[in-house]
Design a protein around this ligand. Structure first.
Ligand code: PGA
Length: 237
């Protein structure tokens, strides 16, 4: 079974998210896929309360707990509402909210404590890719994010090259396989229950079939295509 995470980013307003979730709730997805919707924070809890069948992921949470922290989303709200997944370190959060690998590291520890399945986003920029430095970049990110003393629960790593997100550019299957195998190799030194590796970056209805041939992958993290009917129907019976 492959995991398909629909990252709705902030594409849809509250009404539109509700209406798309309503139609998804009526669909019968193939048993080959596990669909997880990651709506914006302003829709997450409304969808949780209204659509019991839909599996949800948060797009983020904050490291501060309950208290005088205006505008924050403490992680306990995710577990209180039985939201089982959260993206951590998405490139847009890194870019626009200055999230770095140290913050990702502390979020991962929190996710582990609260038994939220973390979907950790990593990946190199275009210059690093062009200079053939992807492996050392990924190695460094993993070293900064993971701690050998911690026993992690289920881990999801989304390999998302920054240059591929929203650009229409996608690495070749061979390139993706090489990095996925390398990530598995690097993570051998750490302790976790289960490891799932996803690919993300410009996945759409035209390239899905080819990308889905990659046996080494456990699924995909999909942005803009995930709100399109033509893409969603790939996963239906
Ligand atoms: P994209 O985004 O599919 O629109 O490239 C992927 C992501 O940012 O997770």
């Amino acid at each position: 079974m492959k995991y398909i995470i629909f990252n709705w980013k902030s594409y849809l307003n509250g009404k539109e998210s509700f209406s798309l979730a309503k139609s998804l709730n009526k669909l019968k997805f193939s048993k080959k896929y596990k669909i997880i919707i990651s709506p914006s924070s302003y829709s997450l809890f409304a969808l949780k309360n209204n659509f019991k069948k839909i599996e949800l992921s948060s797009q983020n949470f904050d490291t501060l707990g309950s208290g005088g922290y205006t505008s924050f989303l403490p992680i306990e709200n995710l577990s209180n509402f039985s939201i089982k997944y959260s993206l951590i370190g998405h490139s847009e959060v890194r870019k626009y909210r200055n999230e770095n690998d140290l913050i990702v590291k502390s979020k991962l520890i929190l996710a582990n404590e609260y038994k939220i399945n973390p979907i950790i986003c990593i990946g190199e920029d275009f210059k690093t890719y062009k200079n053939n430095k992807t492996k050392s970049y990924i190695k460094n990110q993993i070293k900064k994010i993971f701690n050998k003393q911690i026993k992690y629960q289920n881990l999801f790593i989304a390999y998302e090259p920054l240059w591929s997100i929203g650009s229409g550019l996608v690495p070749s299957n061979q390139e993706i396989i090489k990095i996925i195998e390398y990530i598995r190799f690097l993570l051998k030194d750490y302790s976790f229950k289960k490891l799932k590796i996803l690919y993300g970056g410009s996945v759409n209805s035209s390239n899905f079939e080819e990308l889905n041939e990659i046996k080494e992958l456990d699924g995909f993290l999909v942005g803009s295509a995930s709100i399109k009917k033509s893409f969603i129907k790939i996963f239906c019976n």
